[in-house]
Write a protein that binds this ligand. Sequence first.
Ligand code: SF4
Length: 101
Amino acid sequence: MTTTATKVPTTTPKATLRQLAVAAAGCSPNPLWVERARCASMPKDLFYGFVSELTLSVCRSCPVRVECLTEAISRPHEQGVWGGLTESERAEVAVMIENLR
Ligand code: SF4
């Protein structure tokens, strides 16, 4: 059996990506942010592989979304959803942050 990677659609509007870039550029995450994560007690595989609208909606209402995104951008090889963004969206936000500096 052959396994194929699932392409995750980009669902975040550009204006939201820009807002998140500005927020992440000014964010210095408290190391304890993970304790406030909405996903803390959820199965981790929900945030890897196929990404559902349910997963993204959890992130969008997470109180530490910006902290999570900031952490992920500092580790560009991370896979899955961080901060409610896919890998390609995070790459886009990383470029936006660089352009803000
Ligand atoms: S934004 Fe990050 S910490 Fe919050 S639910 Fe999503 S993956 Fe978890």
